[in-house]
Design a protein. Structure first.
Length: 148
């Protein structure tokens, strides 16, 4: 049976594609064997916290004592020493609905409060002291008391 010219060309192309595929496979094998060295797998962190392939400069290293590293929640005594009371002025208060807003003196931030968090009755423009509590809807003032 005689082969046509078109059939011979297709077989040549298929053979060429097979050869190229085998060559690419061989090249990938050689390349993977090269990059398996330990040094090529190392990654370093520079002074800015970015990954780098160059080791850090030994002159810039800092020695850190193991005792200085703290991986825990601060002790209750340490947190109790911090002053969490803020001072501000009541800018809006609705007695009928039982809520209002306090403008913090330090941050000039408007903070919501509810009558349940009052320790004594307040009015608009009253100077108050309060603590801030984070709620799902935002910041809220608690333990609100009038300054004298």
């Amino acid at each position: 049976m005689a082969e046509t010219w078109n059939k011979k060309e297709r077989e040549k192309k298929k053979e060429q594609i097979r050869k190229e595929k085998v060559e690419r496979k061989q090249a990938r094998k050689e390349k993977s064997n090269e990059s398996k060295s330990f040094d090529s797998m190392l990654a370093y962190i520079d002074e800015n916290g970015n990954l780098s392939d160059t080791p850090p400069d030994p002159k810039k290293t800092h020695n850190i004592k193991l005792e200085d590293i703290q991986i825990s929640v601060p002790r209750l005594e340490d947190r109790a020493k911090e002053n969490h009371t803020h001072k501000g002025v009541v800018t809006f208060f609705n007695e009928a609905k039982g809520f209002g807003f306090i403008r913090d003196r330090a941050t000039q931030q408007s903070i919501f409060f509810h009558v349940n968090s009052l320790t004594e009755p307040v009015q608009e423009q009253s100077k108050v002291s309060f603590e801030i509590e984070k709620t799902p809807k935002g910041l809220s003032a608690v333990n609100v008391g009038v300054l004298r």
